[in-house]
Ligand binder design. Structure first.
Ligand SMILES: C[S@@+](CC[C@H](N)C(=O)[O-])C[C@H]1O[C@@H](n2cnc3c(N)ncnc32)[C@H](O)[C@@H]1O
Length: 309
């Protein structure tokens, strides 16, 4: 694009190109990328489309480059550098798993469990303790820390590059953490090593967690459901769960969580839609009770929660 062109036409052309490339949400992505290229929020870009304001030529060129890369199926969030997750704007890029919208429901289930604990135990219940196993960007642990005031939270991550991104997330969420009076730390470690996880809880939380949240790697061996954005850009350790059923890592995480949870504490674990029954069996085998699988925004079984007696 060499000269200025109207916003409506620029967006329509980009949307069509992204759709041809197989991008799942071409209109939303085109809007986000133009906002990013123009350094405006999306509401201002929508306004520019409504009044068909001209897109300056240099912004148009930047936008065209971004759209070309999106057409090659680079994840949107790698291009904008930000993933929105509940109240958080998390810095993301190569080396860290991009948090997904459905995982926000895992966070909500964890927050509900914390609220029930407060309601049960009253004001004298003391600060909540939260453990996020396989924390990646820190999305889950940080969301609970920010939304449940006075919480002590820790995330465990095996991959040093991902843990470094989680450290950037903590810095980016500094104001929200300060406002909530909560803390969130990230520790390198194997979330399936129960002894190591117990040591992390003692050192970082000062006791057993009341809630454990986890979105472990769980993709099945055939990987048939994976989009190019996932296969080409999400880190390998974030994807494959191990074993034909993808549950080797989740099984170890469930066992470690069950071993450290406080009595009455709740584990909330994300999984693939075909894994609900097997996850409930794993949770029962680890001594957790009342395992219940819940669905995501599209009605598919996507996470299971259970309680330690
Ligand atoms: C699916 S990603 C989820 C990240 C984040 N919790 C989220 O919901 O966006 C799984 C993460 O678990 C990490 N991981 C894989 N195996 C692990 C293990 N044994 N212990 C700790 N972290 C592990 C990966 O490196 C990756 O960051």
């Amino acid at each position: 694009m060499s000269a200025a062109a109207g916003t409506a036409a620029v967006l329509a052309e980009a949307e069509a190109a992204l759709a041809r490339a197989g991008v799942a949400s071409p209109a939303a992505d085109a809007l986000s990328l133009l906002a990013h290229a123009w350094e405006r929020d999306e509401a201002r870009v929508r306004r520019a489309r409504l009044f068909d304001e001209d897109v300056p030529a240099d912004i148009g060129r930047r936008f065209a480059n971004l759209c070309a890369r999106r057409g090659e199926r680079v994840p949107l969030q790698h291009l904008t550098g930000i993933a929105h997750f509940r109240l958080l704007a998390l810095p993301v890029g190569p080396g860290v798993f991009v948090p997904r919208p459905e995982t926000e429901l895992v966070a909500q289930a964890g927050l509900d469990a914390l609220a029930e604990r407060r309601a049960r135990s009253g004001a004298g219940s003391g600060p909540a303790r939260v453990l996020d196993l396989c924390t990646g960007s820190g999305a889950l642990g940080l969301a609970l820390a920010v939304e449940a005031p006075g919480t002590s939270a820790v995330g465990v991550e095996i991959d040093a590059q991902a843990a470094a991104w989680a450290g950037r997330s903590v810095a980016a969420a500094g104001d929200l953490l300060a406002a909530s009076g909560s803390r969130f730390r990230v520790v390198l470690g194997d979330a399936g090593d129960a002894e190591r996880v117990a040591g992390i809880c003692a050192a970082e939380l000062g006791g057993s967690p009341h809630v454990v949240v986890s979105n472990p790697p769980y993709v099945l061996a055939d990987g048939s459901t994976c989009e190019p954005e996932v296969i080409g850009h999400d880190p390998r350790p974030a994807l494959w769960g191990g074993g034909a059923d993808g549950l080797a890592v989740p099984a170890r995480v469930i066992a470690a969580a069950a071993a450290v949870l406080a009595p009455g504490g709740v584990l909330v674990l994300e999984h693939a839609d075909v894994q609900g029954a097997a996850v409930r069996t794993l949770m029962a085998g680890a001594g957790l009770t009342g395992a219940e699988t819940r669905s995501d925004y599209t009605g598919r079984d996507r996470f299971t929660l259970a309680t330690r007696c």
